[in-house]
Design a protein around this ligand. Structure first.
Ligand SMILES: [Fe+2]
Length: 202
């Protein structure tokens, strides 16, 4: 008996909530409604993609990831360069911060390269390949501390653009694993961008 009353009470709550939601939706314009109710998963988005992808199926994803990987590797070496060669009053702050950043980049690089291996393909692995495919350019050793931070700030913007591209390609191909991996990097890189931007602001 108690169970039946619980079920009835639960049903009444659900009905009341539904009624309230419909009332709220009536008061919204169509754009707001689209934001509240997620659009249906596109048909081409696969619910589950088993491992053992064909080369053709992953070509677009691997190409986008390899470009990101190449940029990340040049960015990594720039951080090491700046860690070693920074001079001036901010030495201790910048020297230590860049070490933290290159350790993060090292881990991201490894994850991206190994994701490419998951698809049975070969990540770009030589310095020449990285320099040829990277959208980030190398730097010299004689920059001021502030110039180094500004360089890294621009690197983050380039990396974010490339990350968004990988996410878009992953979504188009129903690849939830890559999408999830890169979204994690986006969140962290956006935070780094804010911090480095704060450092260079007056
Ligand atoms: Fe060091």
């Amino acid at each position: 008996m108690l169970l039946a009353e619980d079920i009835l009470f639960g049903l009444i709550i659900v009905l009341l909530k539904t009624k309230l939601r419909i009332k709220n939706l009536r008061n919204m314009d169509s754009r707001t409604i689209e934001a509240v109710i997620p659009t249906a998963i596109p048909k081409e988005r696969k619910v589950f993609v088993k491992l053992g992808y064909s080369k053709l199926e992953t070509a677009e994803i691997v190409e986008a990831m390899n470009k990101l990987l190449a940029s990340y590797c040049v960015h990594y070496q720039k951080l090491r360069n700046f860690h070693w060669n920074v001079k001036g009053g901010d030495f201790f702050d910048i020297h230590e911060k860049f070490e933290e950043e290159y350790n993060y980049a090292k881990s991201a690089i490894d994850e991206i390269a190994e994701r490419i291996r998951v698809f049975g393909q070969t990540p770009l692995s030589t310095m020449r390949e990285y320099l040829d495919h990277s959208e980030i350019k190398e730097s010299g050793t004689d920059l001021t501390g502030l110039e180094m931070v500004s360089e890294i700030l621009r690197d983050y913007e380039t990396l974010l653009e490339q990350m968004f591209n990988v996410i878009e390609v992953s979504l188009n191909n129903g690849d939830s694993g890559t999408e999830d991996l890169i979204k994690g990097f986006v969140k962290q890189t956006e935070k780094k961008h804010w911090m480095f931007n704060a450092f260079t602001s007056h």
